[in-house]
Design a protein around this ligand. Structure first.
Ligand code: GLP
Length: 252
């Protein structure tokens, strides 16, 4: 029987401090265990984290040479090499800027072949599982691309994105293009198998999602609420995203 856990909370002044805290945690994990397995996220929130980690490598303070990475999700139905694919985002923002072995960087396939989800699960298992998973949160509470209503038992699967999520991500696409309607995402159970999770949230537009995730009893209407069943979650948020009157407001 799963029991509710209390997340550790780092409630910080601003988005820059959130990025610094995430960089510090990831760099510490990689330094302690140079061949660790990281779970990575896309979106706007982690951009400063990738900048900071790339800077650590440029300064000779950190190496990703032994690290293996698994991204949370990828759009389906985009032409190969599309600049708004998460593979392109990761290459540009992180992989090409550090000393990681490209063969150890995994992003779910966007090709939509039967069995892609199971193959991704198998690859995570054969790497020994994820040591540290970095997550963002959607305004509707999604983690990865697990939209509201997704079972907490879900594994890597194809999803139909909500209109709200496609609207939120339209700015990441070239002028006039809309995000595709489908994606392949790690499931919620897949995410919960990571040994440690950090959830980053910045800005007032994330406050409602955090309030629902860590407020009343968890249910599938807010996918991030599943994190309350994980024993080692750190929520790293800024003042704007920290919901007033919730559990996250009490851990300064
Ligand atoms: C996206 C991604 C998530 C991300 C979230 C928030 O759609 N699939 O992994 O965490 O939405 O994105 P942002 O950080 O841009 O607000």
């Amino acid at each position: 029987m799963l029991s509710l856990q209390s997340p550790r909370v780092l409630r910080l002044a601003d988005a820059a401090s959130v990025a610094t805290a995430a960089i510090t945690r990831i760099a510490a994990r990689v330094s302690e265990r140079p061949n660790c397995v990281l779970g990575l996220a896309t979106g706007r929130t982690p951009l400063a984290v990738y900048d900071g980690l790339a800077q650590c490598v440029a300064d000779g303070r950190l190496s990703f040479a032994g690290v293996e990475t698994f991204n949370l999700d990828e759009y389906l139905d985009l032409p190969a090499g599309h600049p708004s694919s998460f593979r392109a985002y990761m290459a540009e923002r992180f992989f090409r800027r550090v000393d990681i072995d490209p063969a150890k960087t995994h992003v779910p396939s966007g090709e939509g072949r039967p069995g892609d989800g199971d193959r991704y699960e198998a690859a995570i298992r054969s790497a020994g599982g994820i040591d540290l998973q970095m997550l963002g949160i959607g305004q509707n509470g999604h983690i990865g691309f697990n939209e509201p209503g997704t079972s907490f038992d879900s594994r890597t699967h194809v999803v139909t994105l909500t209109q709200a999520t496609r609207d939120a991500n339209t700015a990441d696409f070239p002028n006039g293009e809309r995000p595709p309607p489908r994606a392949l995402t790690m499931g919620i159970a897949t995410i919960l198998e990571a040994r440690e999770i950090i959830l980053l949230a910045t800005g007032t537009h994330k406050a409602d999602a955090l309030a629902r995730a860590f407020g009343a009893s968890p249910d599938t209407s807010c996918p991030a609420a599943a994190l309350r069943f994980h024993p080692r979650v750190t929520v790293i948020c800024d003042e704007e995203a920290a919901p007033k009157g919730s559990v996250l407001a009490n851990h300064r």
